[in-house]
Design a protein around this ligand. Structure first.
Ligand SMILES: Nc1nc2c(c(=O)[nH]1)N[C@H]1C(S)=C(S)[C@@H](COP(=O)(O)OP(=O)(O)OC[C@H]3O[C@@H](n4cnc5c(N)ncnc54)[C@H](O)[C@@H]3O)O[C@H]1N2
Ligand code: MOO
Ligand SMILES: [Mg+2]
Length: 423
């Protein structure tokens, strides 16, 4: 086996992974379980929205024609003939200077065409009130179909089902929704140095942080992974496990053992099973040895053992691929421009990813390296909420330079509420 590997550009690597990713089968699930999935079909309006002309305010529904000429000096009186809370309807036909007492959301009876807010009226007694200004037809009324008409596209296929989409499923009566199945994902860290979180530390050993990290990155996507243990770094054992993994799972994520070391077994596994290696070297740091292969219909993500490399390898390759399996359209983390908050003096022979702390101050988005940032760093992953991307072939960067930042952790908040009284 040759130890020479040819690095390819990240964009090429991402494109290869996505090209080899297939959507999973479609299933029908309860709409309340659909949050975080992607619509597998367009969502159309089954009805007009609003469904009927409805009061937009609490007040009185009147015939606008009866309000003509109303002023402070010429208050016009109305008599309440019926009360209409939301959900109650009436076929009564208003006569001159009659009104319904109507609440927000109630259907406007056909004989009324404007709503007077309580605040725009003066009560004389329980059934009489006056107004001091004229009302136009449709004042304070939400018109049938003003938001969307029957048959219009509301949310296109491939959209992430966020709480707003769930609200629309409910609005249009879709109790069941078609989505792509959750891919079956297995996670396995390799390395005879690895101990579990509560094992006693012994010489030369470390705690396995990659498995729980990847499990959490998957959880963030709504996926429960199955964890496999592999402790010996013996080829026979890993070959046996892989036989099971590739027949049962859509995605197998391994960490470690992917470089050129004597006990880096993944390249041997790919070769043994004649997997199609999409790439085994990417022109990036960290994670240059990240490998992605395909065996039958299973995608094998061989992430680097070094924690920072492992984290970005997942976000760069596994995440968009899994989102595509789920039928997602917008599968890539957004990349925005930011101002570098501190120097980053190293030259960058390969594209460099730097775990970063993002801060929005005084109208500027600053991105600062989140401390120790080598490939083996684990603490900076905890502190960061994005990744600075420095292009390959560039020299060092200094504070104030414009850089690109990938928003890998958009769930992170800010320490203070960013709206002020001037906004
Ligand atoms: N001769 C060469 N050596 C190395 C190269 C190279 O190109 N030529 N690449 C280096 C780079 S870059 C990286 S990154 C690492 C990648 O190594 P592997 O993916 O094979 O990972 P391991 O060897 O298994 O482990 C590397 C490192 O990470 C620690 N590790 C592994 N698994 C975990 C885990 N689950 N939790 C926490 N830490 C983990 C492991 O103990 C090692 O320290 O290879 C370089 N070598
Ligand atoms: O694969 Mo490495 O993460 O470039 O240090
Ligand atoms: Mg290694």
């Amino acid at each position: 086996m040759t130890l020479q590997r040819t690095p390819i550009h990240i964009t090429d690597a991402v494109a290869r992974v996505i090209k080899h990713t297939k959507e999973t089968k479609i299933e029908t699930i309860d709409y309340l379980d659909s949050y975080g999935r992607f619509l597998a079909e367009d969502l159309y309006a089954n009805e007009d929205l609003p469904l009927f002309n409805k009061s937009a305010m609490d007040g009185f529904a009147i015939r606008s024609v009866d309000s003509i000429g109303a002023s402070g000096d010429n208050r016009i009186a109305f008599k309440v003939v019926e009360e209409l809370p939301a959900g109650k309807t009436s076929d009564y036909t208003l006569k001159e200077n009659e009104a319904f007492r109507i609440m927000t959301g109630a259907e406007i009876p056909t004989s009324a065409d404007a709503v007077v807010m309580f605040e725009q009226s003066k009560a004389i007694d329980d059934t009489l009130f006056t107004i001091r200004k004229p009302f136009e037809p449709n004042d304070n009324i939400a018109m049938r179909g003003e938001e969307v008409k029957t048959g219009e596209l509301v949310v296109p296929k491939g959209t992430l089902i966020n709480p707003g989409v769930v609200a629309n499923l409910a609005t249009f009566g879709h109790g069941k929704v078609r989505v792509h199945q959750l891919p079956k994902v297995a996670v396995m860290s390799t390395g005879s140095e690895l101990l579990d979180v509560e094992d006693k530390l012994t010489r030369g050993k470390i705690r396995n942080s990659n498995t729980p990290m990847i499990i959490s990155q998957l959880k963030r996507m709504g996926i429960e992974a199955k964890v496999y243990r592999f402790k010996t770094d013996e080829l026979d054992e890993i070959l046996e496990i892989f036989k099971e993994l590739t027949s049962d799972f859509d995605v197998v994520i391994t960490t470690g053992g992917v470089s050129v070391g004597d006990y880096d077994l993944l390249p041997k596994v790919y070769a043994h099973y004649d997997a199609e290696v999409l790439f085994n070297k990417v022109a990036m740091r960290p994670g240059s040895v990240t490998t992605v292969a395909k065996l039958n219909d299973t995608l094998l993500f061989g992430l680097s053992g070094n924690p920072s490399a492992c984290y970005s390898g997942f976000e760069l390759f596994a995440r968009p691929s899994i989102l595509k399996m789920l039928g997602g359209k917008n599968i890539y983390a957004p990349i925005v421009e930011a101002t570098l908050g501190a120097d980053s003096k190293k030259a960058n022979p390969f594209t460099r990813f730097i775990r970063a702390e993002l801060e929005y101050t005084g109208g500027t988005l600053y991105a600062s390296p989140a401390g120790f940032n080598k490939s083996n760093a684990v603490t900076s992953i905890a502190r960061s909420n994005g990744v600075i991307i420095l292009p390959s072939g560039s020299r060092g960067f200094v504070a104030g330079d414009q850089v690109k930042v990938m928003l890998t952790d958009v769930t992170s908040g800010t320490p203070s509420f960013l709206l002020t009284e001037d906004d």
